[in-house]
Every structure is written in C-alpha cells, then in structure tokens.
Design a protein around this ligand. Structure first.
Ligand SMILES: O=C(O)C[C@@H](Cc1ccccc1)[C@H](O)SCc1ccccc1
Ligand code: NI
Length: 186
C-alpha cells in the first residue's frame, strides 16, 4: 500500500517534469500503480485507516507524486452523503481538457497538496467547467463534463502530470484577487 513516505515533496524534480504518456494495454506495473493510488485515496478517506497509517486525506493522487513520471491519476471525490456513490471515481489516463468555460472558478478555502508540506493561502484560479477526455484502465476513451469541485480536483491532478503545482495559479501580488465572474466554490 502507498503511505506518506512514498509521496514525494517539493524539491523533487519529478514534480516539475512533463510526465510521459501511458501505453495500452497497461503493463502489470501500471495496473498495480493505478490500483495502489486509488487504494490510497480510499484508505485516506477512512478516518480509522487514515489514523492507523498516518495518511493525509486526499481526493486525488497523480503518479508523479509517487515518483512515477507517467500521465495517470486516481480521483475519488466522495459525495456529501457517505451512503451515496462518489461524485467521481476513476483513474484518468492520458487526460486532456478538450474545452473549458471562460468563467474561472476557485475553491473559497484555497487548495493544498499532498506533495506540499506548507499552507499557501490564495485563490487557485482554474476553469469552473471543463470537458475532459481520458482513457480508463481498460483503455476505453471517456469524454465527460465536470463543473465546480470535481472539475477543480481533476485540474489539480492534471496539473501534476505537467509539472504544475497549485500555487502556480495564485496571484503573487494579491492572492485573493477575484474577477467579478470568478465562481467561488465552497
Ligand atoms: O495533492 C494532491 O494532488 C491531492 C490533493 C488534491 C486537491 C487539493 C485541493 C483541491 C483539489 C484537489 C488532496 O486531495 S489535498 C487534501 C484534500 C483532501 C480532501 C479534500 C480536499 C483536499
Ligand atoms: Ni497535489
């Protein structure tokens, strides 16, 4: 299982590298990696397991964060009611944002990152709505529309595949600068 010690931190060059595309059919190693990353998210969202193994909660984990420079990320966005199915759960492979809203969006509370051990305040300006094309573990091409929180999470993870970290999107002069059309997502 993936633990916090397996997650690389700022300063490791893999976090700033352009990850390479994944080939299909998935190798045994890539299948194991995909399953292990999703397992991390599930464990980290279980309070007992998270405490037992010292896991930081996560709704997404990208392969470069475990020092594998490949275009693959696990995303597990739980529903607000724990009895309901997740809002979004999949391993997104070779993802591409094929279109997006002009309207920007940002989390009201800002963002964090499992690979960044410090709090960095500010609006992380992203697209409020995206159309995402990706391949799942079976190699099936998917094309989905996401908005608000799931869209923010997927953009955070896709950034990791291109060497981008959340604070790259914060306005350095005024971290909480907000255009009139910015959608603030709680
Ligand atoms: O480091 C990662 O990629 C995982 C992040 C993803 C993320 C952070 C902020 C906004 C969108 C996505 C972790 O999920 S950060 C911890 C966290 C846990 C639960 C909910 C929100 C953030
Ligand atoms: Ni991150």
């Amino acid at each position: 299982m993936i633990k916090m010690r397996d997650i690389i931190r700022e300063g490791n060059h893999t976090l700033r590298a352009e990850a390479k595309q994944v080939k299909f059919p998935l190798s045994e190693a890539d299948q194991k990696l995909a399953n292990d990353m999703m397992e991390y998210l599930e464990n980290s969202q279980d309070p007992e397991l998270a405490k037992k193994y010292g896991l930081r909660a996560g709704v997404g984990l990208a392969a470069p964060q475990v020092d594998v420079s490949e275009q693959m990320a696990a995303v597990l966005v739980p529903s607000e009611n724990e009895d309901d199915d997740p809002v979004f759960k999949d391993v997104i492979i070779n993802p591409v944002i094929v279109s997006h809203s002009v309207q920007p969006g940002a989390l009201t509370e800002g963002e964090g990152c499992l690979s960044v051990d410090r709090d960095i305040a500010g609006y992380v300006i992203r697209h409020d709505r995206i159309t995402l094309r990706y391949y799942n573990m079976a190699g099936e091409q998917k094309k989905i529309r996401l908005k608000n929180y799931p869209a923010i999470v997927c953009q955070h993870e896709i950034d990791h595949l291109h060497g981008i970290l959340f604070y790259d999107h914060i306005n350095g002069d005024n971290p909480f600068a907000a255009d009139d059309d910015l959608v603030l997502i709680s």
